[in-house]
Unconditional design. Structure first.
Length: 268
């Protein structure tokens, strides 16, 4: 289709997908759904299936729009990862609506917390822009979960993830300490990333915000969270600067201490 591919051409792709018998609904996610598009923004598209949509059929359809394609990747969910004719990346994730709904219900209605990223799928549902909904079920699901942040879920996220950061034998800060004693830099990096997953999960829960994912978290927190630990940015930047030296543990302690103060002030 070439570098002059327009928004009209992109919309035609959504129409072509919507015309496939197996497709129940299509939703646009990420920055293109929320209006925060920049020059690096790709298309995150979620296609909900109610039947088989063979890879060969998807490849034929997408080939009219995408000169670069990787069809049927399964690194996370079932995906087609492509580049449109205008050079913009396109990630299409295929799901069953029943499975997606069950995962959100497990979190929102049943109050279950995860090790970080607890409410990401709920966020995906709340912020997506529906491009097509043949049965109306995605629209209904979006309406059903347009609810206040459950108090039980908030408490469970805080309790689980605060313990993971500090306070139990296998907590992340203890794992990082052992890794530093061994000079195991890979493990330090790995466990610090896990620590931060829990750290941000708690912050978004305290603010009764759904978790937006892994990108731009510091900026989003500073712009949108009315409840933040003291020295939030300073302590995070200190951790990143000193992650692999002796001061790294000091900044981990500061992050935990300041977050504990906030949790206590909120009654947790």
């Amino acid at each position: 289709m070439g570098v002059n591919m327009t928004e009209t051409d992109v919309n035609r792709l959504w129409e072509r997908l919507a015309g496939c018998p197996a497709v129940e609904a299509i939703a646009l996610g990420g920055s293109r759904a929320t209006g925060k598009v920049d020059e690096k923004s790709d298309y995150d598209v979620y296609v909900y299936l109610q039947g088989e949509f063979p890879a060969c059929e998807r490849e034929k359809l997408l080939g009219e729009f995408c000169p670069v394609m990787e069809i049927n990747n399964h690194y996370w969910e079932m995906e087609d990862n492509c580049t449109l004719g205008n050079g913009v990346d396109l990630d299409i994730i295929y799901r069953r609506l029943e499975d997606f709904a069950a995962g959100i219900r497990w979190v929102v209605q049943e109050g279950n917390a995860s090790n970080g990223y607890t409410t990401c799928m709920w966020h995906n549902l709340k912020t997506c822009r529906i491009l097509y909904d043949g049965t109306g079920r995605l629209t209904g699901l979006k309406k059903d979960f347009d609810v206040e942040y459950p108090r039980e879920l908030k408490r469970n996220i805080v309790q689980r993830n605060m313990k993971l950061m500090n306070g139990v034998l296998p907590s992340y800060d203890m794992q990082i300490k052992k890794a530093r004693q061994r000079r195991d830099l890979v493990s330090i990096n790995h466990r610090t990333a896990a620590f931060l997953e829990s750290y941000f999960d708690v912050i978004f829960a305290l603010n009764e915000m759904t978790h937006p994912g892994e990108k731009r978290l510091m900026r989003l927190c500073m712009e949108q969270c009315h409840i933040l630990p003291a020295c939030f940015e300073e302590n995070l930047e200190g951790l990143f600067t000193h992650m692999f030296d002796g001061q790294g543990e000091e900044y981990l302690c500061r992050l935990v201490k300041e977050l504990q103060k906030v949790c206590s002030a909120q009654g947790f």
